[in-house]
Design a protein around this ligand. Sequence first.
Ligand SMILES: O=C(CO)[C@H](O)[C@H](O)COP(=O)(O)O
Length: 222
Amino acid sequence: MTQDEMKQKVAEAALAYVKPGTIVGVGTGSTANMFIDALASMKGDIIGAVASSEATAARLAGHGITVLDLNEALTQVASLSVYIDGADEFDAGKNLTKGGGGALTREKIVAAASDAFICIVDESKRVDCLGAFPLPIEVIPMARELVAGIARKLGGNPVLRDGFITDNGNLIIDVHGLKITDARALEDELNSVPGVVTNGIFSHQGADVVLMGTPAGVETIR
Ligand SMILES: O=C(CO)[C@H](O)[C@H](O)COP(=O)(O)O
């Protein structure tokens, strides 16, 4: 089975977590895109969806799925029922690294507004230790060199994502070479630096369930 076929299987399996009559949070990336395409079959059953990026909003709208702004949604419901998104890596504690697509800040906000985070990945995303995938940090442009210097002190090699501007108008620094042994501590440490909007460690907003695609089928990790 190809990687795309495994992604397709988990995207379809995630539909089981979509409750009729609710608002669904939707992530960003190739696996999330497959979920959006599958969600189109349920568009009449849900109130609508909150998107974690402009690209996701456009894809949802393209299928005729109602797209709600998060603030608008939270005037209708106390929380979103579920957030469904991919990840760049996940570990045994269901901590994630995300942001390969640069949408980490909105992804973290929508995840925080949701009752449960269902993470949809193929088996290549499972790691013993987070950090092999460069860790994205969204930074306000003025703080670029400050944050890069701190990333170096932490043992990483910061690389500015060339020509990339986030949906929030900020920069992404990808930090290579980190060995993330304490995801929660590093998430907090990086987020305490002035000018950091957020970093791609999702420990506070880790997954509740990981649906992992394997050649043998979809494995549910709780
Ligand atoms: O965090 C993300 C985007 O910001 C994605 O979830 C992550 O990059 C995984 O993407 P894909 O499903 O294409 O492998």
